[in-house]
Ligand binder design. Structure first.
Ligand code: ADP
Length: 204
């Protein structure tokens, strides 16, 4: 049975091929560790095209949402999307580019656990487009890609990292990437400070 306390929430993070090539594995892991989250699974692999497609279509709403988000980003800058006004056509093109991007080299997949893990990780990761991601976020601080540039070059936005967008998404994505036995249940000593009701035993 799923444990209900927020401290048990888990999320999937994937460091994309550009994140690995930029030597940012340690830096990005450090951000989640410093927040207080617990790493419960990790592996490196080169995903296949089928696997990437499966990952991005686990959520049946993804094509519509992603197409709409992209078209809105254009409208917000007074521009028309170069491919189409139809979100589903836009996301079909995005998916093809994403497959090329995500299969280009090794990725590191991880499961992070802790209070409100999905929301906290997304906050640290920032928005889809690094150009408009907030300063202080991973996508805002470590990379400078933009829709304008990725469209000119006909490629995916390079934004270093994937993180589950909701608890429902995390619950579908984690079992796709990890077998149950690859996820380790263990205690981190610091969890006593983060979650215990009373901070007993600190004083000598
Ligand atoms: P996020 O990763 O921020 O949750 P999405 O799920 O909407 O974003 O999209 C998945 C990935 O597809 C993005 O992280 C990015 O690499 C790529 N992508 C999304 N929209 C575009 C776009 N308009 N142009 C190029 N690549 C895109």
């Amino acid at each position: 049975m799923k444990k209900q306390h927020p401290k048990h929430e888990q999320t999937l993070v994937v460091l994309k091929p550009d994140g690995i090539q930029r030597s940012l594995i340690g830096e990005i892991i450090k951000r989640f560790e410093q927040l207080g989250l617990k790493l419960t699974a990790v592996k490196m692999l080169v995903p296949t095209a089928d696997f990437v497609k499966k990952h991005y279509t686990l959520d049946p709403e993804w094509p519509l949402k992603t197409g709409q988000k992209t078209i809105k980003a254009y409208h917000d800058r007074g521009l028309k999307h170069p491919v189409s006004d139809d979100p589903l056509k836009v996301s079909e093109v995005i998916l093809q580019k994403l497959i090329r991007y995500m299969t280009s080299g090794p990725v590191v997949a991880m499961v992070w656990q802790g209070a409100h893990a999905v929301e906290m990780v997304r906050k640290l990761v920032g928005g889809t487009e690094p150009r408009t991601s907030d300063v202080g976020t991973i996508r805002g601080d470590y990379v400078l890609d933009s829709y304008a540039m990725s469209d000119i070059d006909g490629r995916s936005i390079r934004n270093l990292i994937h993180a589950s967008g909701s608890v429902t998404e995390a619950d579908m994505e984690i079992p796709l990437w990890f077998k149950q036995e690859e996820i380790v249940e263990y205690k981190l000593v610091q969890e006593a400070i983060l979650y215990d009701v009373n901070l007993d035993g600190l004083l000598e």
